[in-house]
Design a protein around this ligand. Structure first.
Ligand code: BT5
Length: 333
């Protein structure tokens, strides 16, 4: 099942009319007259709206009233709810998909799709970095965003860190939960991973053609079950779920806040303003100041993380010498 923000204009019209009049009952005839659609069409849309998880009270002789919203991340909830200029102005919702990242990658070259958001209720083959597995059952927020940025190729390595900062800010704003940033792009709560970020970049003669940002948030998932299936996988260090900390936030509020935060940061990157992002990332980071270890095929690196460079590289002190780590998985020790 696929819905886009633009292929159901009738349904969206009825829904948003009900939303803006949710203190009163509206008859099928009222809706038909005001919205200039047939009564049969009104009835069909109401039926579909209910199937999508919105609660609509219907009373004989009085009509319909929207009682509550759907918990699904439906595309019109993203386009109508986000206060952004580019990001989230188009959205696609899949009830199930292999990977939103794969889907977004097939759409990323089309200029029309700049800022489009692809959301899935569950992924059957979710991806982490380096082709790893990303567990994506129902209850999480799994989305990818297509961007065609103006910034220089050098900014691509900082972008995932900036995106994780945007997500952490959005979590704090909507749920009042403090999360931490683990280099390079993980978001953690009490040392366990609550969200992961993946960025695929496509280059054309040294310029960024497009960039696909994948975001996975354990919003309301069974952490024990996921942990059981992930034991021993690379970069596994426990799973946290936002719902364990706060049950009152709605997923759509978090997504819309994230899109605003992301766009703010995206515009800063586009205008070359990286200092503030690095400062804020460092403030929220659990890595800086810690002893860390990293095992690569060639060597074992061990030292104290002291900061990040303008390109997002981690600077560590190893035997009093400064070293830059550009990519990889680190362990906090
Ligand atoms: C990431 O990779 O953290 C990037 C995750 C990106 C997922 C999103 S969901 C929407 C979009 N569509 C996709 O197909 N992907 C993106 P990395 O840092 O490499 O971490 C991968 C490791 O995290 C795995 O090897 C596991 O150990 C662990 N892991 C997998 N699923 C997890 C989960 N749900 N919660 C916490 N840890 C998980």
């Amino acid at each position: 099942m696929i819905y886009s923000s633009f292929n159901n204009p009738g349904l969206v019209k009825v829904l948003y009319f009900l939303k803006s009049h949710n203190t009163e009952y509206l008859s099928g005839q009222d809706l038909s007259d005001v919205l200039k659609i047939s009564r049969v069409a009104v009835w069909k849309h109401i039926k579909k709206i209910k199937e999508l998880g919105y609660k609509i009270e219907s009373k004989q002789k009085l009509g319909y009233r929207l009682e509550s919203n759907s918990e699904k991340l439906l595309p019109w909830e993203i386009t109508e709810g986000s206060k952004t200029k580019i990001i989230g102005k188009q959205a696609y919702y899949f009830d199930s998909i292999d990977s939103t990242q794969n889907q977004a990658l097939t759409m990323a070259f089309d200029k029309e799709n700049n800022g489009a958001v692809i959301v899935a209720e569950k992924q059957t083959s979710g991806k982490g970095r380096l082709g790893r597995k990303w567990e994506s059952p129902k209850g999480g927020i799994w989305l990818s965003i297509i961007l065609q940025p103006k910034f220089d190729i050098g900014v691509t390595t900082l972008f995932p860190l900036a995106a994780s900062l945007a997500l952490s800010n959005a979590i704090e704003k909507t749920s009042k939960i403090k999360s931490e940033l683990k280099w390079p792009n993980d978001i953690t709560i009490k040392g366990k991973k609550v969200a992961g970020i993946l960025v695929d970049v496509s280059l054309e003669s040294n310029k960024i053609e497009n960039l696909v940002l994948g975001v996975g948030v354990n919003f309301d998932v069974n952490t024990k079950q996921i942990e059981k299936s992930l034991k021993g996988t690379p970069n596994f260090y426990g799973v946290a779920s936002l719902s364990q900390q706060n049950k009152n936030t709605r997923p759509i509020e978090l997504v819309n806040s994230f899109l605003s935060e992301l766009e703010k940061i995206y515009f800063m990157l586009n205008s070359g303003d990286v200092k503030k992002i690095i400062e804020e990332w460092t403030k929220k980071s659990s890595t800086i100041g810690k002893e860390i270890e990293m095992n690569t095929e060639k060597e074992k690196i061990k030292g104290k993380a002291i900061g990040i460079d303008d390109d997002g590289a981690l600077i560590i002190l190893e035997d009093k010498k400064k070293k830059r780590i550009i990519a990889g998985d680190i362990i906090h020790i």
